[in-house]
Design a protein around this ligand. Structure first.
Ligand code: FAD
Length: 463
């Protein structure tokens, strides 16, 4: 009797505890369900997920298996596939967001009640969110002690890929990925983002190995400079589970043990990802409500015309605009640029962090609900262990520090350049026609004077 492995954000063969457990039992049916959670995704993540599914499908084929695709409510689809195949067990890797947990609990209860073997497995993070706890048994709210606790524990070595994936006697029907048209909402043109995506498990592993060999040494010194290719780029692979956090940890840890500079910093950044899921699990509204409820009365502005200029990369602050344009063209945004762009929206434009969170969730190929929510609330000041509100990034000072030669701004802002590079030009090919943007138009003057914006934000904060 086959075991169904229900796949979500875990498109890999190696270090996949659910897949390993299933393959040890007998025939396996790898199943991906296009349910409401997929339907609700933003344009770029949905497109990137489809790319990941395509690569995963090919990898499963090479392993003698198949990826079965079905669309619908998860419980209904699972019941159908169980009926069609006679499967007696359903395994999956856990998720830790509120809606995902609620869905999985319901599915588990109902299927278990019908006598099926239903099991969920770890694998998405280094440690389960409940496995790391303070001395009093509660969740951590501050990163440094969380990091100390995590670092003090041994991360289990990643599991190898299953030796064999046995096919069921008969495959259930599968829908066609093309029919799902998951790139349809990419009004920026998937072709623009595509060259920047590094898709699939093999590519993710190569990316990790290259990073460790070529860039890790310089990581601590250069990771804050958006024009320098100094970081791993692995967030998109981690977001879709094309590589496990444990595999990344293992490689970074081995380098650390060899005395590689930068390795410890890299491991601590990876731990921020675990911290985000730790927070999301313990504070399930982190992506929708101020984590500190005393922020509920803050006079955030709802979506507004200035926010629309921010989305379009037309604030008149070149560092901020470069960041927003980078995201539109590549599906990525450098971490330093994310902080500057988010700070400008929530502070200089006094706009609700949820407006920015939503735009990032629409545009990032590495969209991760926990890291995105933690990042936004951290910058806005409303989150756990957040930057104090009065610490307001000045985009111009930040630019002179982290983009002193202007290379990052020049890479994404065509206006005023006689021969703009392809990346800056690509932005104008990417934006919807309805935005009426042209590289020949003059670069806009700033929405708000930086000093005035800062004082307005501070006055709101004091109020
Ligand atoms: P590296 O520097 O190579 O770091 C290695 C890994 O550590 C990353 O791949 C990532 O998994 C993890 N990591 C590093 N920095 C952070 C961080 N600050 N928070 C959590 N994990 C981290 N990251 C996402 O993966 N998805 C998001 O949707 C997302 N939204 C963000 C929104 C805002 C407002 C901010 C400030 C940050 C956000 N981040 C998000 C975190 C961070 O910007 C990215 O993880 C990082 O830029 C990815 O690049 P990299 O893989 O080259 O990172």
């Amino acid at each position: 009797r086959p075991v169904i492995v229900w796949l979500r954000r875990d498109l890999r063969l190696a270090d996949h505890p659910a897949l390993s457990a299933a393959s040890a039992l007998g025939p396996v049916i790898p199943l991906f369900i296009h349910d409401e959670t997929v339907e609700a995704m933003g344009a770029a993540p949905k497109w990137r997920l489809a790319e990941g599914l395509c690569a995963y499908s090919a990898a499963l084929k090479d392993a003698g298996s198949r990826l079965i695709l079905r669309r619908g409510n998860a419980l209904d689809v699972l019941k159908d596939v169980i009926r069609e195949t006679g499967a007696t067990a359903i395994y999956w890797q856990r998720v830790y967001d509120r809606d995902g947990i609620a869905r999985d609990r319901k599915v588990k209860t109902i299927l278990k009640d019908s006598g099926l073997d239903v099991q969920s497995f770890p694998g998405a993070v280094l440690f389960e969110p409940w496995d790391i706890a303070t001395a009093t048994g509660g969740p951590y709210k501050v990163f440094t002690p969380f990091w100390r606790a995590l670092r003090g524990r041994e991360v289990a070595p990643p599991l190898p890929s299953p030796v064999q994936l046995i096919a069921p006697a008969e495959w259930p029907r599968s829908e066609r990925l093309e029919d799902w048209a998951m790139g349809e909402a990419m009004n920026r043109g998937a072709a623009i983002v595509a060259p920047y995506a590094v898709v699939g498990e093999v590519a993710a592993r190569t990316r990790l190995d290259r990073f460790i060999a070529e860039r890790l040494r310089r990581y601590a010194d250069e990771r804050d400079y958006p024009a320098v290719d100094a970081t791993s780029g692995l967030s998109e692979n981690l977001a879709w589970g094309e590589i496990s956090a444990r595999s990344v940890w293992q490689a970074g840890f081995a380098a650390h043990q060899d005395g590689m500079p930068g390795a410890e910093k890299f491991l601590s950044e990876l731990a921020w990802r675990d911290f985000a899921w730790h927070l999301m699990y313990h504070f399930p509204d982190m992506d929708r409500a101020n984590w500190r409820s005393d922020w509920d009365g803050f006079p955030w502005r709802d979506d507004n015309a200035d926010a629309e200029r921010w989305r379009r990369g037309l604030t008149g602050e070149p560092f901020v605009d470069a960041a927003l344009r980078e995201m539109f063209v590549t599906g990525r945004m450098h971490n330093r640029a994310r902080m500057i762009a988010a700070s400008y929206l929530t502070k200089h434009l006094l706009t609700d962090w949820r407006v920015g969170l939503k735009w990032f969730a629409n545009c990032l190929t590495d969209w991760d609900p926990a890291s995105n929510a933690m990042g936004w609330q951290w910058v806005a000041g409303s989150g756990p262990d957040a930057a104090p509100f009065f610490r307001i990034f000045n985009p111009e000072t930040q630019a002179s520090k982290f983009d002193s030669d202007g290379a990052y701004r020049a890479a994404y802002i065509a206006e005023g350049q006689a021969n703009p590079p392809a990346t800056a030009q690509a932005y104008f090919d990417a934006v919807p026609k309805s935005w009426h943007m042209s590289p020949d138009a003059p670069y806009p003057s700033p929405i708000v004077d930086l000093k005035t914006g800062r004082e307005r934000a501070l006055a709101a904060y004091r109020g």
